[in-house]
Design a protein around this ligand. Structure first.
Ligand SMILES: Nc1ncnc2c1ncn2[C@@H]1O[C@H](COP(=O)(O)OP(=O)(O)OP(=O)(O)O)[C@@H](O)[C@H]1O
Ligand SMILES: [Mg+2]
Length: 303
């Protein structure tokens, strides 16, 4: 790699990952496992802080081959990290999820491929919008890959920063399986309070049944969230936006938004509008069970 390319890469990492380089002796335990796994001396491994996530600390580790790995270390025993390793290991082989490199979740860390995509955010919105067809197809396939497992897996936390898109090869990746569940499983006691604590931005992508936690382990939760992301790429607003004045997490609110969504969608070709309406139904019993109707309608349309 030329030094120009290296500088550019470092700059990008700084912008997207708030990179800070740490001294080797202060590195977390997982780095040692990476060294063993790849037969490397610790001196050849470079580690940077990526994010103080809500659930764990994320480091980007560069090994000798210039491959970037993503090391997630829990501050204490973490059910999120256990879920990350459990569901990622079941999803291996699909390009729509990160490759799991080391499952150290029993020891408090997980090492996975660092996906070289960028997250969907207000800064990258127009790039996602330009690649809407690819993003929609990738998301639909990702949801199919989740539900083709037995039992099916529900991600449950699809939101802007968990959707990565690699513009170079058109790869769509969903990250963070810390909230995932098998479809139809019952929530363990104590999860209710967890969802009350979720931030406003997450609620935007949650259907009503997930807020009330009835039927909340159903694939249609992910359909709703993924369709909300695609909707926001087109309209620059969220279909069920709780930042609007007078927002309440009530069934009446969801129903009133549903009517507004229908009128906004009338500017789109009828096939796309219908597919959005079906994927964004407030009532899960009326909602689509996958994203294909929507993704295919988008693919056939010239926006
Ligand atoms: N495999 C990966 N490849 C690239 N980036 C990743 C990967 N996993 C995590 N990240 C980055 O690290 C951030 C935090 O990771 P993650 O979502 O797993 O942790 P979290 O504790 O849930 O954090 P948050 O509460 O911010 O979502 C992600 O938003 C993303 O920017
Ligand atoms: Mg996360």
């Amino acid at each position: 790699m030329t030094s120009f390319a290296k500088n550019l890469l470092n700059l990008c990492k700084r912008v997207y990952f708030k990179t800070v380089t740490y001294r080797l002796e202060t590195l977390p335990a997982g780095v040692q496992s990476i060294c063993t796994e790849f037969g490397l001396s610790p001196r050849t491994v470079k580690c940077s802080l990526c994010s103080f996530g809500g659930q764990h600390i994320v480091y980007i580790v560069r090994i000798q081959s210039a491959e970037f790995l993503c090391l997630k270390v829990a501050r204490k025993e973490s059910i999120h990290l256990e879920r990350e390793a459990k569901y990622l290991s079941l999803l291996q082989g699909s390009p729509h999820f990160p490759r799991l490199v080391i499952d150290g979740s029993k020891k408090g860390f997980v090492v996975e491929e660092q996906v070289s995509g960028i997250p969907y955010s207000s800064h990258t919105k127009s790039l996602f919008r330009k690649n809407l067809k690819k993003v929609a197809q990738g998301l639909a396939q990702a949801l199919t890959d989740l539900t083709s497992r037995h039992p099916a897996i529900v991600h449950r936390d699809i939101k802007m920063k968990h959707l990565l898109f690699d513009f170079i090869n058109g790869r769509v990746v969903l990250i963070d399986f810390g909230s995932a569940e098998f479809e139809g499983s019952r929530l363990p006691n104590g999860r209710r309070s967890f969802y009350r604590k979720l931030g406003r931005r997450t609620h935007v992508f949650q259907p009503f049944e997930q807020l009330t936690e009835q039927h909340s382990q159903d694939r249609r939760i992910d359909v709703f969230a993924a369709a909300s992301l695609l909707y926001s790429m087109i309209f620059d607003e969220f279909p069920y936006d709780n930042s609007v004045k007078g927002f309440e997490q009530s069934w009446e609110y969801y129903q009133s938004r549903e009517r507004r969504i229908e009128s906004r969608l009338s500017i789109l070709p009828p096939k796309v509008a219908r597919a959005f309406i079906n994927a964004l139904k407030a009532d899960p019993n009326e909602r689509s069970r996958d994203l294909w109707e929507l993704a295919n309608a988008i693919r056939e349309t010239d926006f």
